[in-house]
Design a protein around this ligand. Structure first.
Ligand code: AMP
Ligand code: MG
Length: 409
């Protein structure tokens, strides 16, 4: 049995070998995609000096400490082109927010600080140099870094991309996966009543939802009975398709019907590891099919499947896209936890802001690997490392958000 770190290193190496091709995607569709290019600002933004207020464009020297009176000679609105005529001595231009300032403008005085009588404008104050003028290039300078390859694109990135007139970005093609849930006991149709011995197939819809949140395109999702022949046929079929990875749940431990490993071996797959020193999910299996497709054999217990998707499949996706290794967030435990067997344990947890604003984490009740009721309140995974036998209240623990592509990391 290997450690989680050893297993992860194997997964990362395999992932790095399957870098997806790039594709151009239009800006409005970029959320959740991973940038495949280093992108720089193509222009200055703002593109021209313009007014931050509705008011009057002035030259400072025309006004004294107590203001003064200037002659209104013109008006510019947002969308007008940059005025040709500069401001002359004794003149002002009425200007709207976002409108280009006339050449020679040194400040804009807000409309609230003037009195207007016909074209005579009385200023009550002398503004400071540059007041209420947004300078060209103040927000973005042409050539500055905008996005890096390997960066996930979130909604907040769409605003600067659009502001810069970037209509398309080169992103990595979504990894392609298939998800199979194995088990004779499983009922896929959730509207059907359970017969004795049956349970609903929760891993399949969960797997699809989690993979979608991870930016993966899942082309096939199916329930597979505990029938080695059917499994082998499916593998043969998948071997002819362009799939980055196959994920299965169940049938990887030591039971009589745990046929995944044998099926993979018959199909000529290289078993990269089987059994990892973790909980839940000790029987995790990772393999490579002869055509290069990777295979994640996740144990069937729902929490083991979820942890496998998060701690094996997700790092693999990051490695494929050239993203750096994920760093955990730390928090103080508010609940204790004990373990003995030297395993690395992934815990269902809930992090919140504690007293004084620091993050605290509740290691939830119901850590057994079949128990999914804590998923309702869970918002992260906490990690109890191999060497730690006890987490005490106020101990610092490492946390991982549920779906990094939607989180802070
Ligand atoms: P296995 O890894 O196939 O031995 O399954 C371990 C446990 O997880 C058993 O109690 C299974 O009934 C349960 N299980 C396996 N697959 C699923 C699934 N798709 N949905 C819900 N429970 C499952
Ligand atoms: Mg099973």
């Amino acid at each position: 049995m290997i450690s989680y770190e050893q297993a992860k290193a194997i997964v990362l190496q395999a992932g790095r070998g399957r870098k997806p091709e790039g594709e151009q995607v239009i800006t409005k569709d970029l959320v959740g995609r991973v940038c495949a290019q280093d992108l720089r600002a193509p222009i200055d933004i703002q593109p021209f000096d313009n007014s931050a207020m509705d008011g009057f464009a002035v030259r400072i020297g025309d006004l004294g400490n107590n203001g003064g009176v200037l002659n209104r000679v013109s008006m510019v609105a947002a969308g007008d082109s940059v005025p040709d005529e500069p401001l002359h001595a004794g003149e002002c231009t009425e200007i709207m927010t976002g409108a280009p300032v006339p050449p020679g403008t040194e400040a804009v005085v807000p409309v609230e600080l003037v009195e207007v009588n016909d074209d005579q404008v009385r200023f009550k104050v002398q503004p400071e140099m540059g007041a209420n003028i947004r300078r060209a290039g103040e927000d973005f300078k042409k050539g500055m870094d905008v996005l890096r390859a390997g960066q996930v694109i979130y909604p907040q990135h769409i605003m600067p991309l659009a502001a810069l007139g970037i209509d398309k970005v080169e992103v990595y093609k979504k990894p392609r996966a298939v998800f199979m849930a194995t088990g004779n006991e499983l009922v896929e149709d959730l509207s059907q009543d359970l017969k004795p011995g049956q349970i609903y197939n929760s891993n399949l819809p969960y797997g699809l939802a989690a993979l979608e949140a991870m930016g993966v395109e899942c082309s096939v999702a199916s329930s597979v009975p505990d029938d080695p022949d059917q499994f082998e046929k499916l593998l043969t079929n998948f071997a002819t398709q362009e799939i980055d990875f196959i994920i299965s749940s169940g049938a990887v431990s030591a039971g009589k019907f745990d046929f995944v490993r044998e099926g993979l071996e018959k199909a000529g797959a290289e078993i990269l590891f089987h059994k990892v020193n973790i909980k839940p999910g000790k029987p995790n299996l990772f393999a490579r099919l002869p055509n290069g497709t990777l295979y994640f054999g996740l144990p069937g217990n729902p929490v083991a499947t979820a942890a496998g998707l998060r701690f094996f499949v997700q790092p693999c996706i990051r490695a494929m896209m050239g993203m750096g290794e994920e760093k955990p967030v730390s928090a103080k435990a508010t609940t204790p936890f004990k373990k003995r067997d030297g395993l690395r344990v992934f815990l269902k947890a809930r992090a919140e802001s504690g007293e004084g604003g620091a993050l605290v984490v509740d290691l939830l009740d119901g850590q057994a690997s079949f128990m999914v009721s804590p998923f309702l309140g869970m918002n992260c995974w906490a990690v109890a490392p191999e060497g730690v036998e006890e987490i005490k209240v106020d101990d610092i623990v490492d946390l991982y958000p549920l779906y990094p592509q939607a989180g802070l990391v």
